[in-house]
Ligand binder design. Sequence first.
Ligand SMILES: [Zn+2]
Ligand SMILES: [Zn+2]
Length: 210
Amino acid sequence: MKRHALVDLKLKSGDYPHQATVYRILDPLIAQHKQKTKVINPGSGSWMTVVTRDGQLLKADFSNQIIQCDHTKLDICIVDSDDNLLSDRPWLTTIVDTYSSCIVGFRLWIKQPGSTEVALALRHAILPPKGVTIKPRPIRLCGACYAEEPYHRIEWQYKEKIKCDRHQLSLLTKCTNCETPFPIPADWELGECTHCSLPFAKMVKRQKIY
Ligand SMILES: [Zn+2]
Ligand SMILES: [Zn+2]
């Protein structure tokens, strides 16, 4: 920088700013640029981080922690049952889990989606599949799943669900040590039994192979 001022621009000392001054102005701009290039394309492997509208950087550490909603006008036309070509192209609203990039819910519309459509797409993402009912009690747990990623899986509360399909283990309904039923998942802050403090992840030892 000094060379550029003295040699290229032929400036004298005192006619150009000190490099510390230059970097004091440039540093935040460089940092901002770096951050932008890091998360510029959310579709190609950088779904793990999200930049909010106010510039906050969010990082997903596990599934169902951060979900994103997106709308796309599709490159297709629709012909109705009377063979009439509809003038508007359809819109697709997707709900994506940030950590896994999985589409967890979607909805197709003929008009531009608004907040109602977002709510319906979210409903599709959250609610169980058709014909499946949720049983809120008892709260169930697979210790092996919990050891992999510490959160409650909604499938455990499906009425007919008695085993973990991922690990082929029976689901637990109470602590394997003291038999205290599990609290609601919102209270699973420590990931352990509220009575005897046995970690959920360690309960896998007492789960029966199904
Ligand atoms: Zn499991
Ligand atoms: Zn216990």
